[in-house]
Design a protein around this ligand. Structure first.
Ligand code: A3P
Length: 861
């Protein structure tokens, strides 16, 4: 089964690769005919590409290294957050010599503030430096104070890297400097050039200045006296590229205070990241834009907000003017037919008639529901009726609808997913694309994302700060200036900068009244077109989806989140939805360490309930590692647990295959942020042999003996025994796997069980676990009242009085005297060497983190 699935995966990869080639060819043929979106604009060679299951450019790969001493958010942290790039923060302390990277390649390391000097200079960071050099990990270093910038700049006399609070350079001047210094093809006089390709320039020690700020901008009074004369005659370096001639670490150093809302610095920083990663972080300059107007026939509540015919004409004018720089630009109108007959104000009723009868062909239309009901509150039949009625309405008025795209009232049903909405969208409209602001959350600190569910692409949606209320200029937070700040380098600008596609949506009210939406969009597009080299283009929803998921292939599968932790999500889940029966603890493996016995005994505790058996899946749920189950959604997962009968009940599950799967920790953390993780650690040699016996017991013919298998040098993943060997041996690299789990879960949420101790004294170990998991449980349940040693089994079982099925089956705890050979000492020795480095690292890590070291591990040295 496993062999097949791995081979199947490989086949899929190959297929995916071939599809990509076909896709590029297809785009060539299609887009070249379509003026609005030319293939020339999309540099597919720069798209994010995967290294197996890891995506090079997943923002997860940006690792911010900062020193433990700084408790507050650092400048680079703030900057990355403002760019909505997810980072992993690695704090390093002076005695930390274990700087390691769990994923092979590539990370982009951001060295923060005062870390830089220590990191590059001190011998204790030698390991980290070696890792960086060996893996050619690119670095962007940010120095936020004079001393450290100076340290970096000293190789470049007489220049000095400096920080911004001392430099009175206005945005305008910096813009000019950037224009002169940075070159990108197609440079035009009105375009700010965003590429860090320096004009050829003399380098000193492999260091090239990238941005220089003339010294006459410096407030010398703020500079230490002994530095003033040097500063006076120097040009100050705001950013420079160090090719790594001296320390073998190529890097860009930005010498400025990057905390502010200064969009130029954000762009500069982003470009620095692109530059050191050889533009792998970049997805080119093309940005696909779509503007949706929501609830287009919705009557205004106040007369002064009512839409007029002139407003409709303004929409048409706007489309035309934007088309001059976004070819084929058109607004998309979403309609609920029922609103058409409900206008409150005569003028507005006239305007709607004018739109629906005379001007309808000027726009593209997309469906809502007939009555603006929320799908999560509807039955299948009612939802179907709503969609069909809306379709009938469009037919009656001759409105040509592009059914490939639809949105749902209040995002209901899109995320959190309501399956019937997706199903009916497909059946009735043949929808292939939708959009939402709700995934993963409305709060956009880490940026909105997309996913594909039931073959429908869900794209992230932006709102220009306008949402669904009709706003007047003065209502906008911060007034008109606030709006301008937002579009001129603020959040709305950033959404264009950082996303391959941007779908803007606000409801019709903001196209009447003060026409705030038109004002904002016009400003935004104009700002981008005149200050950047970004190319804004329009495209069909399907093209937008293709582009988005080509750039972010890792977003294809959704990552479920916990609805109960998000107020907005709770507003759009079915009434009475509860989260309390989700598990509070998961035994994640690895296999053959005693996980079933732990689950079996713990379930006998009066408060602990494990998952329910099901004929729809394996004995284990395997929800987080099996994409097929995962896509069944969180309701399916929840239904696998008993309903909460009392508040003290603890639901838990055991899926030992979670342990070594790359995507599992992140998926678990996202859905169950407070869950506790339990892993059992058995001597990896015994674990490997146990798994081998387990597998061969199911085989008709055994291809390799254990001795042959462990010594086989299988490097070809298609070799018949490659997967068998890796299943036997790979989970045993405990250090590698545990380090990954600890990158996602705090140490305080993870419990390690010494598997040998547990096998010998299960009651004692279980009690220890309860004390850790529920310190408030007093007295702690006495497991020895239900567990006893079973001579026949040679291991512990439940007492007969507790359960008729009191022992685990024959595959758990094999009796060697009967049909199985014992592990040969030479094989044991071989595997000891095989695992030695990993075990030594594990021991070191446990010592450092104050984790109790399993008895069997103590002898590995
Ligand atoms: P062996 O079959 O090699 O003896 P898992 O449930 O994770 O697959 O682990 C199976 C292992 O659990 C068995 O490996 C066995 O040694 C161990 N184990 C520990 N206590 C047990 C118990 N009370 N009953 C059955 N197996 C137990």
């Amino acid at each position: 089964m496993f062999n097949v699935s791995r081979r199947f995966k490989r086949l899929l990869y190959l297929l995916f690769f071939l599809l990509c080639i076909l896709y590029v060819k297809y785009l060539h043929s299609v887009y070249l005919e379509n003026e609005s979106f030319s293939s020339v604009d999309v540099d597919f060679s720069e798209l994010r590409r995967s290294t197996k299951e890891n995506y090079i450019l997943s923002a997860d790969y940006i690792l911010l290294v900062k020193r433990c001493t700084t408790s507050s958010k650092s400048a680079s942290h703030a900057l990355l957050a403002s760019l909505k790039l997810q980072v992993k923060v690695k704090e390093i302390s002076d005695d930390d010599d274990s700087f390691t990277l769990s994923k092979p390649l590539p990370y982009l390391i951001i060295l923060d503030d005062n870390t830089i000097v220590h990191f590059l200079k001190e011998p204790i960071y030698q390991i980290a430096r070696n890792v960086i050099i060996a893996n050619s990990v690119p670095i962007v270093a940010i120095c936020a104070n004079f001393e450290q910038c100076n340290y970096h700049a000293r190789a470049l006399p007489p220049a000095i890297a400096y920080y911004k609070s001392y430099v009175r350079t206005s945005d305008h001047e910096l813009l000019e400097i950037l224009k002169q210094r940075f070159v990108y093809e197609n440079i035009s006089s009105t375009s700010l050039v965003f590429s860090l390709s320096p004009q050829s320039k003399e380098t000193v020690n492999g260091i090239q200045p990238l941005v220089e700020i003339p010294a006459n901008n410096v407030d010398l009074n703020k500079i230490p006296e002994n530095m003033r004369s040097e500063v006076k005659k120097s040009k100050l370096i705001s950013a420079y590229y160090d090719s790594g001639k001296v320390d073998s670490i190529p890097k860009v150093v930005l010498g400025n205070d990057l905390k502010g809302n200064d969009w130029l610095y954000k762009v500069l920083f982003l470009e620095a990241c692109n530059y050191v990663t050889k533009r792998k972080l970049s997805f080119g300059l093309t940005r696909l834009i779509q503007v949706d107007i929501d609830d287009v026939l919705m009557p205004a509540k106040l007369r002064e907000n009512a839409l007029t015919k002139t407003d409709i004409n303004e929409l048409i004018k706007f489309q035309k003017s934007v088309s001059s720089f976004i070819p084929n630009f058109g607004l998309k109108l979403g309609f609920c037919g029922d609103f058409f007959t409900r206008g409150r104000h005569p003028e507005e009723i006239e305007a709607f008639k004018y739109l629906a009868r005379s001007r309808k062909d000027e726009f593209t239309w997309f469906p809502h529901l007939f009555r603006h009901y929320q799908p999560h509150n509807l039955t299948f039949n009612k939802l179907r009726e709503e969609m069909l009625e809306n379709k009938k309405f469009a037919a009656k008025y001759g409105i040509k609808v592009d059914g490939s795209y639809a949105v749902s009232p209040h995002h209901s049903g899109v995320y959190p997913v309501v399956h019937i909405l997706y199903q009916l969208w497909k059946d009735i409209w043949n929808v292939s694309v939708t959009s939402t602001e709700q995934y993963p959350h409305l709060k956009s600190s880490h940026g909105r994302k997309g996913f594909i569910y039931n073959d429908i692409s869900v794209l992230p949606r932006q709102v220009l700060g306008l949402y669904t209320r009709t706003l007047r200029f003065n209502d906008y937070p911060g007034g008109i200036l606030g709006l301008e700040r937002d579009v001129r380098g603020g959040d709305s600008f950033m959404t264009i900068l950082l996303n391959p596609v941007a779908i803007y949506m606000t409801h019709i009210g903001n196209y009447g009244a003060d026409r705030l939406a038109l004002y904002a969009l016009r400003n935004l597009f104009h700002f981008v077109a005149t200050n950047t080299n970004l190319k804004l283009r329009s495209a069909s929803p399907a093209q937008m989806a293709q582009y988005h998921f080509n750039v972010f292939p890792e977003q294809t599968l959704p990552v479920w989140t916990m609805p109960c932790d998000d107020k907005r999500h709770m507003e759009i889940v079915p009434k009475g939805f509860k989260c309390d029966s989700f598990p509070q603890m998961i035994i994640v493996g690895p296999q053959k360490t005693g996980t079933s016995a732990f689950q079996f005994f713990l379930s006998a505790h009066p408060d602990f309930s494990t998952s329910l058996p099901s004929d729809q899946s394996f004995e284990e749920i395997q929800f987080f590692n099996n994409d097929g189950y995962y896509l069944k959604g969180i309701d399916w997962y929840k239904s696998r647990f008993p309903i909460m009968a009392r508040s003290s009940q603890v639901n838990f599950e055991k899926s030992a295959s979670y342990y070594d799967k790359y995507k599992v920790p992140h998926r678990i953390k996202s859905l169950l942020p407070n869950v506790k993780i339990l892993m059992l650690l058995r001597n990896p040699i015994d674990r490997a042999y146990s798994w081998y016996l387990n597998e061969v017991s199911k085989m008709e013919k055994v291809s390799l003996t254990f001795s042959e298998l462990i010594r086989s040098n299988l490097t070809d993943p298609d070799a018949p025994d490659f997967i068998f060997r890796s299943k036997v041996l790979t989970p045993g690299f405990y250090f590698k796997h545990i380090r990954r789990w600890l990158e996602t879960f705090a140490l305080k949420s993870v419990y390690f069980v010494d598997a040998d101790f547990f096998a010998e004294k299960p009651a004692e170990e279980l009690q220890k676990f309860i004390k850790w998991f529920r310190p408030e449980e007093k007295p702690v349940f006495n497991f020895s009242t239900i567990i006893e040693f079973n001579k026949e089994k040679g291991l512990y079982c439940l007492k007969k009085s507790v359960s008729a099925k009191n022992c685990l089956g024959a595959s758990k705890g094999r009796s060697f005297s009967q049909s199985y050979d014992k592990l040969l000492p030479v094989d044991r020795e071989f595997l000891r060497n095989f695992y030695m480095a990993d075990m030594q690292n594990l021991k070191l890590m446990f010592e450092k983190k104050n984790i109790s070291i399993p008895t069997w591990l103590r002898t590995w040295r």
